[in-house]
Design a binder for this molecule. Structure first.
Ligand code: SAM
Length: 312
């Protein structure tokens, strides 16, 4: 695919580069904020599964902007967590860690000096296998890990926003979220492709059950699978409102747009704002660049790890 063909195919990818966002996902959080007013009164925020950092950029720009205007009562603190390293961002403290670990929750709490967060966001996604059931299951696990961390760090009344796959077990997830939040909405920002089952749960007014003690056990792993959760009925079944965010004036993320959007403005290629530090596809690019991709050659000529590092 040529340099400009992706710009043409994916309007939000292109706009992200033009506006200096590290990933097109920035627009998802911006559009969710537009609908739900997520950042008002927020001083402390946690970005789970943050790399390469476009949501952290949004948090940094918005919250620090509010701070500069004197709209926040306290100092703004943003903590970003990911398994992968992330290039630094102004006002964002980074933790390289696994959100399924209690040690990560403890490290986040330490950064807030015992004070709870006002907002936790999580755009976490595992490496997609293409097997829908497996992908949905792993995504649900990640969401529950994010919820567990959230119960350790979020203040009562606070907000939790997380990516969700609207698969067949989504009702169970809604029920679990409704235990902790009085308001749960499933939202689909315009920048999230219609062709994707991805959506975002916006969970408002954190109010855990009385006496609830946060722990890192996983509710999805702790049940017996002889119950079909889609059969939940009566009070056990929770209907969560679905909201398509934005109106038809926003770009459609599934459409292909011409490169020259504005008749008066010549298209110019913009390189990505922050190239990945060490992406998993780095070795494949190295092999392709050096014409080593044919299977036999790749195996016999494959550089070892240390040579690979030297030529980076
Ligand atoms: N919101 C990010 C942005 O705007 O730049 C994009 C997030 S990306 C779609 C998903 C991220 O989830 C990846 O960077 C991946 O490393 C992270 N992730 C997946 N499993 C994780 C885990 N168990 N702990 C921490 N991060 C995880």
């Amino acid at each position: 695919m040529g340099r400009s063909s992706k710009d043409k195919r994916d309007i939000y990818y292109r706009l992200a580069k033009e506006e200096g966002w590290r990933a097109r996902s920035a627009f998802k959080l911006l559009q969710l904020d537009h609908e739900f007013n997520l950042f008002t009164g927020v001083n402390r925020a946690v970005d789970l599964c943050a790399a390469p950092g476009s949501w952290s950029q949004v948090l940094s720009r918005k919250l620090r902007g509010q701070e500069e205007k004197g709209e926040t009562g306290e100092e703004v603190k943003i903590v970003a967590v990911d398994l992968q390293a992330m290039a630094p961002l102004p006002g964002v403290t980074q933790i390289q860690g696994d959100i399924t670990k209690v040690s990560t929750a403890q490290e986040i709490i330490r950064h807030f000096e015992g004070q709870p967060a006002d907002l936790v966001v999580c755009d976490g996604a595992p490496d997609v296998t293409g097997l829908h059931d497996v992908d949905e299951y792993i995504q649900a696990q990640l969401l529950l890990a994010a919820l567990n961390i959230t119960t350790h760090v979020l203040k009562p009344g606070g907000t939790f926003v997380a990516k969700i796959f609207r698969g067949k077990d989504v009702t169970l997830l809604y029920s679990q979220l409704k235990i902790f939040f009085s308001g749960v909405t499933c939202a689909k920002p315009r920048s999230s492709r219609n062709s994707s089952i991805e959506a975002f749960v916006v969970c408002q007014n954190y109010s855990p059950p009385e006496g609830y003690v946060p722990n890192m056990s996983n509710p999805l792993l702790d049940h017996s699978y002889d119950v079909d959760f889609n059969q939940l009925e009566g009070p056990n079944r929770v209907i969560v409102p679905f909201l398509a965010c934005g109106d038809l004036s926003a770009f459609d993320s599934d459409r292909t747009y011409p490169l020259q959007l504005d008749a008066g403005k010549q298209y110019q290629y913009t390189p990505p704002t922050q190239p990945p530090i060490r992406p998993p596809y780095q070795q494949a690019c190295h092999l392709r660049k050096n014409n080593l991709l044919s299977k036999e050659d790749a195996l016999s000529n494959r550089p070892n790890q240390s040579q690979d590092k030297e030529t980076d």
